[in-house]
Ligand binder design. Structure first.
Ligand code: FAD
Length: 421
């Protein structure tokens, strides 16, 4: 068996590790091209919102924590006009100012409206990598995010608790264990389920967050600053400490990958029709050519997500018990809280990528759990998703895909150390 090469079914999905490995060889180069395009590289975000939960200095002394904002002249005017006509900036005093949200949103999205404090960031100029942000502040943020896993399972409101046997099947130790386990059935008996057992939603929440955390760790290790030489390079020991010694973390990256692929496959009719043109005018031959290329790459990604069997995630198995609606609302509430906790991240670069990826995952959850198939008809529902959600979704897919790609590099590095010894 290869180093850090899981095999067999990915728990809670209907897909195998090997399928994702194979797919990623083709998926990663396409995604990599897409995120460098004009449409997908600019994302609007407010990085200066105060931490609402505790006092956070918010000032990382390390220069690698800094973020460069984009030159506004590169931003097509039509995005702003479209944003203005399309978005409702919430005036709810309980929400962070300048946020867009609707009842289906799993996270707060900074408004693309010119009146908001958010600024466009060029993601390509601010790559996610080692920043030196660590210690108490970082641990506090991660701790708070993991703690948002409470699904109010008070006695009598026990929606998601599945009977013990089902829970075991779901835990996925055996082959073929997947989401299609009939969790919704027998939920009424869940009052008798042992207290210490976690509900499905809680486990899924943990897997999603742990996969994101692991993916961020992989990027840190893949683009690591050697403080002695000043060189950026992959750091195998970093990967060993953070990921290889905890294989379930890597498994959770695969899980998130399947989740995102499934969401992209589902929203494909809508994404395919979305206006991603950025050419300045009919005479902008370079811009027109570049837009054409991105459209082709996007179509290739959508086809891969649809056809490969890699997006075999059965979302219908989640939130389908008697208390499905209540649990789904709690899940949504918890995710929204995560987007606020991220305002407490004391490193701008980390905050940027944390927010982007939570928005991407939030968009995937919205696509999977809030919308029915008919919703993705672009003619019927032209304003279903905001540009910002689409950019976050595709960039998050790219982050995950790049993590899996980096794992391949670490496998080779490890093999090399074995050969030398
Ligand atoms: P941490 O990664 O801080 O983990 C804390 C504890 O959580 C660990 O001790 C372990 O018990 C547990 N844990 C770790 N990984 C997992 C997992 N995958 N699943 C479940 N449990 C786990 N640093 C950068 O250099 N660049 C960045 O871009 C960056 N982005 C960040 C974004 C956010 C939102 C946050 C909160 C932090 C970010 N950081 C970033 C900091 C980075 O994530 C670590 O916190 C830091 O490197 C210190 O690492 P650590 O080894 O102490 O463990």
């Amino acid at each position: 068996e290869g180093y850090c090469s899981p095999s067999g079914p990915i728990e809670n999905t209907l897909c195998a590790y090997e399928t994702i490995e194979e797919l990623n060889k083709r998926l990663y180069p396409e995604l990599h091209g897409i995120v460098e395009s004009n449409f997908f590289r600019y994302w609007k975000v407010d990085l200066f919102r105060e931490c609402p939960f505790w006092y956070e200095n918010g000032f990382c002394m390390n220069r690698d924590c800094g973020v460069e904002t984009a030159d506004e002249s590169h931003i097509p005017e039509k995005w702003r006009t479209k944003a203005l006509s399309q978005l409702k900036v919430s005036d709810d005093p309980n929400l962070p100012p300048g946020c867009d949200i609707n009842s289906q949103s799993f996270c707060y999205i900074d408004s693309e409206s010119p009146s908001s404090d958010a600024q466009y960031i060029d993601l390509v100029l601010n790559p996610e990598r080692f920043t030196g942000y660590a210690g108490e502040s970082a641990h506090r943020v991660w701790g708070a995010i993991y703690e948002e896993n409470c699904f109010g399972l008070s006695e009598g409101v026990v929606g998601g608790l599945a009977p013990a046997e089902e829970r075991k099947a779901w835990a996925g130790s055996g082959k073929g264990a997947g989401l299609q386990g009939g969790f919704g059935n027998g939920v009424k008996n869940s009052l008798v389920a042992k207290k210490e057992e976690e509900c499905l939603e809680k486990r899924i929440y943990y897997r999603i967050i742990s996969g994101l955390h692991a993916s961020i760790s992989i990027h840190i290790c893949a683009d690591y600053l050697d403080q002695n030489t000043g060189e950026w390079a992959p750091n195998l020991q970093c990967f060993v400490n953070r990921i290889a010694t905890n294989p379930e973390r890597l498994a959770n990256v695969y899980f998130d990958t399947v989740l995102l692929l499934r969401a992209i496959a589902r929203a494909a009719p809508y994404l395919e029709a979305y206006d991603i043109e950025t050419a300045q005018s009919k005479n902008d031959a370079v811009g027109i050519e570049a837009d054409k290329k991105v459209r082709e790459q996007l179509r290739a990604v959508l086809d891969m997500a649809r056809d490969s069997g890699a997006s075999a995630f059965d979302e219908k198995a989640l939130f389908n018990g008697d208390d499905a609606l209540e649990l789904r609302d709690q899940f949504k509430h918890n995710f929204r809280n995560v987007s606020r906790i991220l305002d407490c991240t004391g490193c701008d670069k980390c905050r940027l990528w944390g927010k982007l990826q939570i928005s991407g995952i939030g968009t995937a959850l919205k696509i999977l759990f809030e919308l029915d198939d008919k919703a993705f008809d672009p003619k019927r529902n032209p304003n279903l998703l905001q540009r910002s959600e689409i950019v976050a979704l595709i960039n998050t897919m790219h982050r995950l895909s790049e993590s899996l790609y980096a794992v391949e590099t670490f496998r080779k590095m490890y093999a090399e150390t074995q050969r030398v010894e």
